[in-house]
Design a protein around this ligand. Structure first.
Ligand SMILES: Cc1ncc(C[n+]2csc(CCOP(=O)(O)OP(=O)(O)O)c2C)c(N)n1
Ligand SMILES: [Mg+2]
Length: 819
């Protein structure tokens, strides 16, 4: 808590009452005649065309999925198609008044939103701007098949481009927005302000606030709209995202010049159903989603329930709410009432709702209703509207036909390496913006910087080991790397729990509070999903971000955001997005079963993440420097056991200046000829003890290698060592079953089988819950375990008497018991 906000009992123990104000439901009542003062006839027709285009786009997909043929074109679409027939007015109403700089995020059912936002952007962009995008985006690959036959305006060409890029993406073609790597549920096209759509229900709920944060911090124009379904509001990360987006500090503590509350509208596409469960009346208790706003902040999120069957009502609501955001009073919650006629997917038998109910909604269909209103008001004749519909349907059909054609729209070869290559962008970016980075004062005057000047960076000082208090330690090394990049990249922000006045949970950030304004370093709510999710949103907008999870054990709370979001968007974008996110995660000890687990293996298992775990000051600074210069997501593990360790391996010490250590490069910490010991994490220091015992008592010279990173990983230094020694022991603090080391051991067995005298041996923690601090020696690998394992399974040591049971018999006994 910042000292500037005082919690005074005199205020908080007074009798009081919390008041609520009513939340509007379907308040819009304007007539077409009144709206003619706001809209041109062309506008009104554009709304009609957009809705008709979406209906036909989805109708074609429905026919293809259910019958395999549409108007003579046969096509087998294997993937998903979550259609939105019925929801067109909600989508078009949402997008119509958005500016090109406004960014939308969505869900698995977002085809309609993609098209609506695309059409809206096309109308507002200049012809030159559109041509630049179409011919520049991925070398014009989407444009080429369209250009040949196109006759008409640039805007008409852009509309075809949008439809064709979307169909191609859904059909997994090279001509898709994202080379077909995203597909139906994840299609997006950022040049038109269409940001990732998410197959994880509610996934956008924690990501979109990060995009809004990016706009605020970097003073970018536009707002962010997070389109998610009604059932998504049951998801924890959505609540966390709302909490993150509605923090008081944006208005109480941040520089007012930034613009106040986050510029975000959470827009519920409230179609009354999940898949087969019904939030209204069954699976949720809030009745109307709009009510949720009342629990969030005194402004009740400016919440409103809007008739999403009337496009003009939705446009009106978005216009008013954009004004609220422009005044710095966001975030906003809109509950847009709509209905899907289609099943959850085309295979859905609609067993959860009656035909009569669907029919009732069809009777008030938004497209037919809009036509009726405009014709009755005499704005258009039915003939004019029919003609416009037929024209747009024909354009949609032609783009479908082109996308279904394998010659015009080839699929990437199935053997393609491109999927893997898109996963990491592997770029270096010094700064993501050229403006000067905001700092509160000269870094040279920073108290921590001054303190570090007096610290000793070498293993020895005047021939003696350096006392802990004087040693430049891992914590200091991390601080230096962070400060370096903060001073260069103005987009770089850091957030997490207790990050600011507390100094970071483990004091890595001490000194940063004095260096950085609030918006570059701030405390988040205890919302791990939102911490990781917002980092994803901030990163994919093109900003550098360091997010922190206090303990590895809390990764469970941010599981989706780490495993499905952080890891996947670069690849699903076909390499178009970057993800310059460093997720710092501290691994604990002494805090028992739920605060002392090394979960590196979980992250290592997920494609798309770089996994670093340095445990020396030299490695920590060099690797964090590399992570903070890159464009890929790095999960950066740190060990609480070694934060205050000085440098013990690099005789020259930790350089004061800048240097990088490539992530994926193991480090030989000690040379030896008889045995290789590979470690990952703080077990390195136990291996040093074990190596000393082996050398002193048994004359065995062990070579020590610290993996430093699990993915990517260059095996050559490991192979070189194992080929020399013929023997290898691998150890880490993670529980032995399924650890990173098991994977490395399996690979080594295959890569240098002929050179091995014995199978690689893995020593890890016991396959238990982590016990109390007093009992930890029975849980984490100790030097004696390593020596005993060498003796039992690799190299019998003369006269050695094991103190622990590292035999193969014990290995299989434990496996059988599952412990
Ligand atoms: C985290 C997660 N849980 C479950 C699912 C399976 N699922 C896909 S769509 C869906 C219903 C979503 O309902 P809602 O958010 O209202 O969106 P709608 O489908 O109505 O557009 C479910 C349960 C999923 N994709 N992700
Ligand atoms: Mg729904």
């Amino acid at each position: 808590m910042p000292k500037s906000i005082v919690i005074d009992p005199a205020e908080f123990l007074e009798r009081d009452r919390i008041g609520f104000t009513g939340i509007e439901v379907n308040a819009y009542r304007k007539t077409v005649e009144e709206e003619l003062a706001v809209y041109s006839r062309e506008d009104l027709l554009a709304i009609w065309r957009d809705m008709c285009a979406i209906r036909e786009f989805e109708n074609i997909l429905n026919e293809i999925k259910t019958k395999g043929v549409y108007k003579g074109i046969t096509y087998a679409h294997l993937g998903p198609a979550h259609l939105s027939m019925g929801q067109e007015a909600a989508a078009v109403g949402m997008a119509f008044g958005l500016a090109p700089d406004d960014h939308i995020f969505g869900s698995h059912r977002s085809h309609g939103e993609i098209l609506a936002k695309g059409f809206s952007t096309i109308r507002q962009m200049s012809d030159e701007g559109l041509m630049r995008i179409m011919s520049g985006y991925r070398g014009g690959v989407i444009l080429k098949p369209l250009e040949k036959s196109h006759q008409g305006s640039v805007k008409e060409l852009a509309a075809k481009y949008l439809l064709y890029g979307a169909y191609s993406e859904i059909f997994a073609r090279e001509t898709g927005f994202n080379r077909g790597f995203g597909g139906s549920m994840h299609a997006f096209f950022t040049p038109f302000g269409i940001y990732p759509n998410n197959a994880i229900v509610g996934g956008s709920g924690s990501i979109a606030p990060g995009a809004a944060l990016y706009k605020r911090v970097n003073r970018k124009p536009g707002i962010v709209v997070c389109n998610i379904g009604d059932a998504s509001f049951g998801c924890g990360p959505v609540w966390e995202g709302i909490t993150f987006a509605s923090m008081d500090q944006y208005r109480t503590l941040w520089d007012p010049a930034l613009g106040g509350g986050l510029p975000i509208i959470f827009n519920c596409m409230d179609n009354f159903y999940g898949m087969g469960g019904q939030p209204f009346g069954e699976t949720m208790g809030c009745g109307y989603i709009a009510r949720i706003g009342a629990g969030v902040n005194p402004e009740q999120m400016h919440s409103e329930r809007v008739n999403g069957y009337d496009p003009l009502a939705v446009i009106d609501a978005f216009r008013r709410k954009k004004q609220v955001i422009a005044e710095g009073r966001g975030p906003v919650l809109l509950d847009t009432v709509t209905y899907r006629y289609s099943g959850h997917s085309p295979s859905d038998a609609s067993s959860y709702r009656s035909k009569e109910e669907v029919e009732k909604w069809r009777q008030v269909d938004s497209i037919a209703g809009y036509e009726k209103r405009l014709t009755e008001a005499g704005v258009f004749t039915a003939g004019e509207m029919d003609k416009a519909r037929a024209a747009v349907e024909s354009v949609v059909f032609e783009q479908f036909r082109l996308a279904a054609d394998y010659e015009a729209s080839p699929r990437l070869p199935l053997t393609t390496e491109a999927v893997g290559e898109a996963m990491f962008t592997n770029r270096k970016v010094e700064r993501f913006d050229d403006r000067p980075p905001e700092l509160l004062r000269q870094l040279a005057d920073n108290p921590r910087v001054q303190q570090l000047r007096g610290k000793i960076r070498t293993p020895l000082h005047e021939g003696k080991p350096v006392p802990k208090m004087k040693a430049f330690n891992v914590r200091d090394a991390l601080f230096e790397a962070l400060l370096h990049r903060f001073a260069i990249d103005p987009t770089m922000v850091a957030f997490g729990e207790e990050n600011r006045d507390w100094g970071g949970a483990f004091a890595v950030y001490r000194g940063l509070t004095e260096a950085l304004p609030y918006h570059r370093l701030f405390n988040s709510p205890i919302s791990e999903a939102a911490i990781a999710g917002a980092a994803v949103g901030y990163g994919l907008e093109g900003g550098r971000v360091v997010a922190e999870l206090m303990y590895a054990d809390f990764m469970g709370r941010a599981g989706d955001e780490i495993f499905n979001q952080l890891s996947k968007w670069q690849a699903m974008s076909g390499g178009e997005l970057v993800m310059p996110v460093v997720l710092r995660i501290s691994i604990g000890a002494k805090y028992g079963a739920q605060h002392s687990q090394d979960w590196t293996a979980l992250v290592h298992h997920i494609p798309g993440l770089k996994v670093a775990y340095p445990v020396t000051p030299y490695d920590a600074k060099g690797m964090l420097n590399a992570a903070l210069a890159g464009t890929d997501p790095v999960v950066f593990f740190e060990s609480q056991k070694v934060y205050d360790y000085g440098e013990m391996f690099v005789a020259e010490g930790v350089p004061e200046g800048y240097y990088e250590i490539e992530i994926g490069e193991p480090s030989v910490k000690r040379r030896g000829k008889d045995l290789t010991i590979i470690t990952f994490g703080p077990t390195l220091y136990k291996a040093v003890e074990a190596a000393d015992i082996l050398a002193k008592n048994y004359g065995v010279a062990a070579e020590l290698i610290d993996l430093r990173a699990a993915n990517p990983l260059r095996y050559d230094p490991l192979l070189e060592s194992v080929r020399k020694t013929g023997k290898v022991l691998l150890a880490c603090d993670a529980v032995e079953r399924g650890s990173v080391m098991q994977n490395v051991a399996a690979n080594l067995t295959q890569l240098c089988f002929d050179d091995l005298d014995a199978p690689p041996v893995v020593v890890g923690s016991r396959n238990w819950i982590t016990p109390a601090a007093e009992l930890e020696e029975a849980f984490f690998p100790q030097a004696s375990w390593l020596v005993d394992a060498v003796h039992e399974r690799i190299l019998p040591l003369k006269d050695h008497r094991p103190s622990t049971n590292q035999t193969l018999g014990e290995l299989s006994r434990r496996a059988r018991l599952g412990i």
